[in-house]
Design a protein around this ligand. Structure first.
Ligand code: CMX
Length: 423
């Protein structure tokens, strides 16, 4: 048995006990009222799920297992994955043991490449990535064991097995999508001596003489790992998983939500926006010109990508981490300059406009400019990076939900007539 399974076998009985105890003691306590506004408003703010992997505080941003994000930006994505799953940072032995499992399962079945090669050449990279995940569904350990009569208390073990096998392959699949979709030539084999994030950078095949792209990928894949349970991708993925659809179905479903411009696709949209600014002004404009450009965009009825958030009410710490990385590693780049200047300009414009509840940047405002600087210029690919990382949070939540025996998701909808008579 792996150290991870041992660790979870130690912890899960306590988590089950705590969940049972709180239901026994406080099962009838009311933690939220629901207004008509919320029913018509994307269920915003309704507390209706439990998620222990991470929490998003309006004024501090992402907190992973109790640790504010900016305190752990130096750790590897594999370490954050173990933190999400177990609630503890791994020691060296646990990390090595887990990394060896990821390496063991990193090879992608050949039929995945056949399917990706057969897709139309103008397919969106997210459609390719999510198709690759779905097409591997037949590999699901959970699906097979469930059919053989797996006991409910052991569901989580098979989900975990699927989770590790799937996450292990995502860097190779992501890099494969990149090389196939953008005609970069032959696929590059993984280097089994590299860690998960650096290996992804290696398989992309983008020149990285100073190994900064590897550093950036580790940071990127660490920062996007999770954002509690109610965002579109997590919620959709968890809902699908609650029907006991296996992680291949569920992760693919969740990532289809991440592919929307109001969610993960905003990083692509944001870089597009920044490049539009650069082309329009033939470089980095003055703050006055930038302010006018932002107003023109708003007045044409479009959102400013990378700004605003459904939960946050402060600059996203993930944005801060990226800007810090850029300041350390980038000199004289008009794209990065524009991103920094937008931070000085957009919040006051959005405040003056008075619509967005959060005028501050989210994670997507800065990430693209760094990728662009270090050689990944194909911005329609950016959400795939987000996906590789976010899959870790989604599967961690799925393992925990199955361990806790959370039932199938089924909130109640009401009709307009019902609201009229009952609200
Ligand atoms: N630019 C312009 N208008 C914005 C805005 C922005 N960046 N953010 C919010 N608004 C507008 C909304 O469109 C809404 O307008 P209407 O009343 O006309 O519909 C109004 O302000 C109120 O919205 P809100 O309550 O502040 O925001 P929501 O919780 O409804 O939506 C989000 C949140 C992220 C979808 C929204 O801020 C947005 O569209 N931002 C731009 C896209 C983006 O960056 N998405 C990435 C989010 C992070 C992620 O999930 O990856």
């Amino acid at each position: 048995m792996s150290l991870l399974i041992n660790k979870l076998c130690d912890k899960i009985p306590d988590w089950r006990y705590e969940a049972k105890q709180i239901i026994d003691e406080k099962g009838d306590s009311i933690i939220n009222n629901v207004t008509v506004q919320q029913v018509y408003g994307g269920m915003r703010g309704i507390k209706g799920l439990v998620c222990d992997t991470s929490a998003v505080s309006a004024d501090k941003g992402l907190i992973i297992r109790g640790i504010p994000l900016l305190e752990i930006t130096h750790i590897l994505p594999e370490e954050v994955f173990l933190l999400l799953l177990t609630g503890e940072l791994p020691d060296e032995e646990a990390l090595k043991d887990f990394q060896s499992q990821l390496t063991e399962h990193a090879d992608v079945p050949n039929y995945v490449w056949d399917v990706l090669e057969a897709m139309p050449e103008d397919s969106h990279p997210m459609a390719m990535f999510n198709t690759a995940i779905l097409v591997m569904e037949k590999e699901s350990v959970f699906h097979k064991k469930y059919d053989e009569g797996l006991q409910k208390q052991d569901y989580w073990k098979a989900i975990l097995e699927d989770a590790i096998r799937l996450v292990a392959k995502l860097p190779a699949i992501g890099a494969g999508v990149y090389r196939i979709r953008f005609n970069k030539g032959e696929l590059i084999a993984p280097d089994k001596n590299l860690d998960w994030g650096a290996n992804f950078a290696h398989m992309l095949g983008i020149p990285d003489p100073n190994r900064i792209l590897k550093k950036l990928m580790r940071l990127y894949l660490m920062l996007h790992c999770d954002h509690e349970g109610g965002n579109v991708s997590a919620f959709s993925g968890l809902t699908v998983a609650s029907a006991l659809s296996d992680p291949y179905y569920a992760v693919s479903a969740g990532l289809n939500g991440l592919a929307g411009p109001l969610h993960g696709l905003a990083n692509q949209e944001c870089l597009k926006f920044v490049l539009e600014i650069k082309d329009h002004f033939d470089g980095s404009p003055s703050k006055e010109d930038l302010t006018q450009f932002v107003w023109d965009r708003l007045n044409s009825g479009r959102v400013v990508p990378g700004y605003g958030h459904a939960v946050l009410r402060c600059p996203d710490p993930r944005f801060t981490a990226f800007i810090n990385f850029g300041k350390e590693n980038i000199k004289d780049d008009p794209v990065f300059d524009i991103v920094q200047n937008l931070f000085d300009v957009v919040p006051s414009v959005l405040k003056e406009q008075g619509k967005a509840k959060n005028p501050w940047p989210n994670v997507d405002a800065a990430s693209g400019s760094l990728l662009y600087h270090f050689g990944m210029t194909e911005f329609s690919f950016y959400t795939v990076l987000f996906s590789i990382s976010r899959a870790m949070g989604m599967v961690s939540q799925m393992v925990i939900n199955r361990a806790l025996g959370i039932p199938i998701t089924r909130p109640k909808s009401v009709t307009y007539d019902w609201l009229k008579s009952n609200a």
